[in-house]
Design a protein around this ligand. Structure first.
Ligand SMILES: CC(C)(COP(=O)(O)OP(=O)(O)OC[C@H]1O[C@@H](n2cnc3c(N)ncnc32)[C@H](O)[C@@H]1OP(=O)(O)O)[C@@H](O)C(=O)NCCC(=O)NCCS
Length: 171
């Protein structure tokens, strides 16, 4: 655990995030198989990568990387958005800008060692530096492990989508 190093990354690191994002996708599939069919590993990255690229064209997007030697084993990516561009402004009284923890992932064999928690601490320190006091995270309701991590760091359940997809349950 002690030789796991956290550093700040940049948009240049986006290609290296592929296996870590695919691990998030695997977690989604495993946590709620009843919502299938899911897209393939190839499609999930093809669709998600441009989201990261777009976020890094905006100010105040950041990524922290967890590495063991040369090997990338985890990351957390956050960004900031004006509250009026969100679903929050019409319902809750918050600051003018909202932080979102867009993604957090630790490779399966490195979970349960506190790395996710250390990444969360870095993310909160960065939001503090940016003057952000209001933060949201999206997750699947069946992703209990992620929910426990967030609750330990002070988050409570907030907005919830329900879905009725044409293909749901045919996975
Ligand atoms: C969610 C996720 C990022 C958590 O990362 P992690 O590194 O395992 O997180 P932590 O190690 O800090 O905490 C996980 C557990 O280990 C325990 N733990 C923390 N430090 C520990 C240590 N030093 N030794 C033993 N256990 C420890 C925690 O108490 C926690 O227990 P819990 O699951 O019963 O609540 C990781 O499970 C993951 O990548 N999941 C798949 C992707 C995903 O779902 N991402 C979120 C999408 S919304």
């Amino acid at each position: 655990v002690t030789d796991v190093e956290l550093t700040r990354g940049s948009a240049q690191d986006i290609p290296r995030l592929e296996p870590l994002w695919v691990a998030v996708h695997h977690q989604h599939r495993a946590a709620m198989p009843e919502l299938g069919p899911y897209v393939s590993d190839e499609v999930t990255w093809r669709e998600h990568r441009p989201i990261y690229e777009e976020l890094f064209r905006r100010p105040d997007t950041f990524v922290f990387l967890a590495s063991e030697g040369d090997r990338l084993i985890g990351y957390a990516l956050g960004h900031v958005v004006p509250v009026e561009e969100t679903w929050i402004a019409d319902t809750w009284a918050t600051g003018r800008r909202i932080g979102e923890l867009e993604s957090i992932s630790v490779l399966p064999e490195h979970r349960g060692q506190g790395i996710g928690s250390r990444l969360m601490d870095e993310v909160h320190a960065e939001f503090d530096r940016l003057g952000i006091e209001d933060v949201v995270i999206g997750l699947l309701p069946g992703n209990e492990r992620a929910l426990r991590l967030y609750e330990r760091h002070g988050y409570v359940p907030n907005w919830l989508y329900v879905s009725r997809f044409r293909s749901e349950g045919r996975g």
